[in-house]
Write a protein of this length. Structure first.
Length: 133
């Protein structure tokens, strides 16, 4: 189990990309301090923004998701890749896990509940920064 999971859910155009880049750039130094910043790949592209894998893993219908179109990936393939990577991320449970992604706020209530329940299975403490619409 993780000691804590920190979920940063920033709205678009609020500096979230800068936060994500800094976390990604410093991921190895943070890991030395027990803070794990996950690395995701969709169709061979490494992503510092966790929006794409989290949204793809938990959105009931990701067929019109803009990021999949930009990345040129099949929505079903993106869903499977993302779900596998989320499960892998959660299996490495130690210290603190930090997840950051704007599109997490676009999940509906049942999708968000499914995501949070999965997180709860891997920690006793979740800290959420950001707002949900």
């Amino acid at each position: 189990m993780f000691e804590k999971i920190v979920l940063h859910v920033g709205f678009h155009r609020t500096g979230s990309t800068t936060v994500q880049r800094e976390l990604d750039t410093n991921r190895w130094a943070l890991l030395d301090d027990g803070v794990r910043i996950p690395s995701f790949n969709i169709s061979g592209r490494r992503l510092a923004n966790h929006s794409v894998p989290i949204f793809n893993a938990f959105k009931a219908d990701n067929s019109s998701y803009h990021a999949n179109k930009v990345l040129g990936v099949d929505p079903r393939e993106a869903h499977e890749q993302s779900l596998c990577q989320v499960e892998s991320m959660l299996s490495q449970s130690s210290g603190t896990l930090v997840i950051s992604g704007e599109d997490i706020s676009s999940l509906n209530e049942s999708e968000l509940t499914e995501f949070l329940r999965l997180l709860c299975d891997h920690t006793e403490s979740i800290v959420i920064f950001g707002l949900f619409s």
